[in-house]
Design a protein around this ligand. Sequence first.
Ligand SMILES: Cc1cc2nc3c(=O)[nH]c(=O)nc-3n(C[C@H](O)[C@H](O)[C@H](O)COP(=O)(O)OP(=O)(O)OC[C@H]3O[C@@H](n4cnc5c(N)ncnc54)[C@H](O)[C@@H]3O)c2cc1C
Length: 338
Amino acid sequence: MKVSVLGAGPAGSTAAYYLAQEGIDVELIDKTNFPREKPCAGGLFNPLLFEETFPHIKEFDGMDVFKVKFYCGSHTTEYTSPKPLMRTTLRRDFDSFLLNKALGAGAKFHIGQTPEGDIVINATGARFIKDYPETGICLVNDFKITGDMNTAHVHYAFGGIKGYCWLYPKRGYVSIGSGAYLPQRNIKVIYKRYLDFLRDHRIVSVGNYTYRSKIIPFAPIKRYHTDNSLIVGDAAGFVRPGSGEGIFFAMLSGKIAAQTLIEKRALSWYDKQCSVLFGKFLRPATLNWNRRLLNRVLEKAIEICCENDATFRRMLVENYFRIANHNLRWKFIRNILR
Ligand SMILES: Cc1cc2nc3c(=O)[nH]c(=O)nc-3n(C[C@H](O)[C@H](O)[C@H](O)COP(=O)(O)OP(=O)(O)OC[C@H]3O[C@@H](n4cnc5c(N)ncnc54)[C@H](O)[C@@H]3O)c2cc1C
């Protein structure tokens, strides 16, 4: 069996790595050469779970972040965790690292070639708005800084958007971005205002207003396989709505796709595994509910944190970084909405 993996982002390179490790003939095809840029904040949420799930990433030298400050309306709350909340990466470096791992395991890399495999793994990333039941838009840039920053800033509903702005510290850089559910008309204005906010509050001053933008799927497509292909990562819409986290689900779906082929299972097995393992997280039903109440719930939540509710603060942080699986529960939410 020969497998073609289209797209060498985290989803494609992970699938190719696991396939090649089992001695399967795998070609990895991307439309561009590496290293390449990818508009992304590059945060690996819950790095310990990442390392447990994908041991080969342990060698990647990212920056662990232990401290976060949340903002919503006039409320702010800070939390320092004993365990790393997030490992920040420059996607250019992280994606090249993953590609090299796949090549080291025996995969072959081609640029822009027609796939020749019996099975194709489609890992081509997010495509068009119309391909997904729900989408968002994100603007982001990595700005070079001098000195060190170690706190992540997450600013919900900044300027009234249905989403949030962020600053993630990285080694020698900060990632600053804004993301929101579509439709969102004034996202560029919000982005600029956020940079001004960071400067005015003496958090960081970056000088120029450059950014790259990209759509982000906020709900999976209906079916993740065809007769001879498996769809992984952003191409399948595997992004966590609300946070926009997709790297973990891209790599996990790539790993499950590889497992499907290694164990010679029916391609429908892949669909089932993805649904069972993380489908619940990414379901549009949750999203629609979140969307209606998002800003109201969050503002109230941050307000409660300000009132020094330590348990709630921990839950909020752990929920954002996917550290514990206690999503804000119904009972809890009913209470705070009263
Ligand atoms: C602004 C922004 C910030 C984000 N921040 C975070 C974050 O902090 N943490 C997080 O977990 N997630 C984040 N995400 C989501 C994350 O970037 C994606 O979920 C992740 O990159 C998906 O990986 P992938 O491999 O599926 O796709 P991609 O990383 O998009 O890779 C797809 C690859 O396919 C190639 N390709 C495309 N078309 C073809 C073709 N026809 N033939 C061959 N190759 C092709 C591309 O060149 C690319 O290399 C963010 C997204 C955005 C837009």
